[in-house]
Design a protein around this ligand. Structure first.
Ligand code: C5P
Length: 237
């Protein structure tokens, strides 16, 4: 008797959420991803946004080894397939661990748990750009402040032309094969995934980000997030 091979359904768009940081600057006494925003942990808000975008089939969340149960409980009713993996010592290692859980994904979005109020429209725009053929795309905003370069003593060396600068947000979107190659290549430390792709010499496209996609880093940011999230509940944003 012959048996037919098992069909494995490969998700087209997956999201990786590095959430294994300790949140030292937030100083909340717990990893930042589990800090409460309007009664729910940041990671819940983050995954809700991905699910609400309607374009993400699987979410892989990387947390530290002591928070698997906590993450599972927080994401029990996420409304899509969620996998939880153990993150690494730095952000790129956490992304790499999550990427290993979805080795065949065609499109990969990498989204910081700390940017949990990113509007659905930004998530959709990034996913659609990659599905339409962009290999790497990041949401960006113009820089509002004047930027100075300084030396190690804090003395100003010069003023940078801000017209050519952009603040970069997440989710960052990639063709899956490109992101896998970028994470395998040896590289100097980077703070985002697009940096790894740039190191390969691949062009990264940009599209408009949104102020609500700011990264919650400090207690001030968390206070701002409470106001933004409150406005959403009241239907203002
Ligand atoms: O530290 P920072 O705010 O830049 O971290 C950005 C994101 O990367 C956060 O969502 C954080 O949880 C995640 N991270 C991680 N693993 C680490 C360090 C940070 O997943 N070891």
């Amino acid at each position: 008797m012959t048996t037919s091979p098992t069909r494995v359904l490969v998700p087209r768009v997956v999201a990786l959420v590095p959430a294994a940081g300790q949140g030292v600057r937030l100083a909340a006494g717990m990893p930042k991803a589990f800090v409460s925003l309007r009664g729910r942990p940041l990671i819940w808000h983050c995954v809700q946004g991905l699910v609400a975008s309607g374009c993400v089939e699987v979410v892989v969340v990387a947390v530290d080894e002591h928070h698997h149960d906590h993450a599972r409980a927080a994401l029990a009713e996420a409304g899509c397939r969620v996998r939880i993996v153990t993150g690494g010592a730095h952000r790129a290692a956490s992304v790499r661990a999550a990427l290993c859980a979805v080795p065949d994904a065609e499109v990969v979005l990498v989204h910081d748990a700390a940017r949990c109020l990113t509007p659905v429209s930004v998530i959709q725009a990034v996913a659609q750009a990659v599905l339409a053929g962009q290999r790497a795309v990041v949401p960006v905003l113009p820089v509002a402040d004047t930027i100075k370069q300084v030396d190690s003593d804090g003395r100003v060396l010069g003023t940078v032309d801000r017209a050519a600068l952009r603040v970069v947000q997440t989710p960052q979107g990639f063709a899956g094969d490109l992101l896998r190659r970028a994470h395998q290549a040896p590289c100097a430390p980077v703070t985002d995934d697009a940096g790894l792709v740039e190191a390969l010499g691949v062009t990264v496209a940009t599209l408009p980000g949104h102020p609500h996609a700011f990264k919650i880093t400090t207690p001030f940011d968390l206070a701002v997030a409470e106001v933004v999230a409150g406005g959403r509940v009241a239907g203002q944003a």
